[in-house]
Design a protein around this ligand. Structure first.
Ligand code: THU
Length: 137
């Protein structure tokens, strides 16, 4: 898989971040198993709580279009106006949303630039997951 291109898509998504409060711009690019890419950015709110992370924007866009099978997500984030200086790992809420739709082998790519990224699995970044079957134990 071309993770370089997926990071590039996440960097493009980051340009759309609506971040009047934090100035922290995040972009995500979610790859379906059929090869389609959904972009997402963070969208902030004056009431703070309704803020949506880039990763969830990408997932909710895709799921609302009928997608259910995902291969990978690339994430880039950092203070606006510069390329990310550090790796931006997904927050706990976004990891849990990933776990709703993806198994432990789902790929999570954390990038700074299209040539500098780390490749993880969801199982690595969210161990001891809570999923639907746990409701019946
Ligand atoms: N943010 C994301 O979009 N994804 C993450 O994984 C971490 C945090 C956003 C939320 C908020 O708009 C800003 O970054 C600062 O927390």
């Amino acid at each position: 898989m071309d993770y370089k291109n997926l990071v590039k898509e996440a960097l493009a998504a980051r340009e759309m971040a609506y971040i009047p409060y934090s100035g922290f711009a995040v972009g995500a690019a979610l790859l379906t198993k059929e090869g389609k890419i959904y972009r997402g950015c963070n969208i902030e709110n004056a009431a703070f709580g309704p803020t949506n992370c880039a990763e969830r924007t990408a997932f909710f866009k895709a799921v609302s279009e009928g997608e259910r099978k995902f291969a990978a997500i690339a994430i880039v984030g950092g203070p606006k106006d510069n390329l990310p200086a550090d790796y931006c790992y997904p927050c706990g809420v976004c990891r849990q949303v990933m776990a709703e739709f993806c198994s432990d082998d789902f790929i999570v790519v954390i990038g700074k630039t299209e040539d500098d990224f780390k490749v993880h699995t969801l199982g690595e970044v969210l161990p001891f997951t809570f999923r639907e079957p746990d409701l019946h134990k």
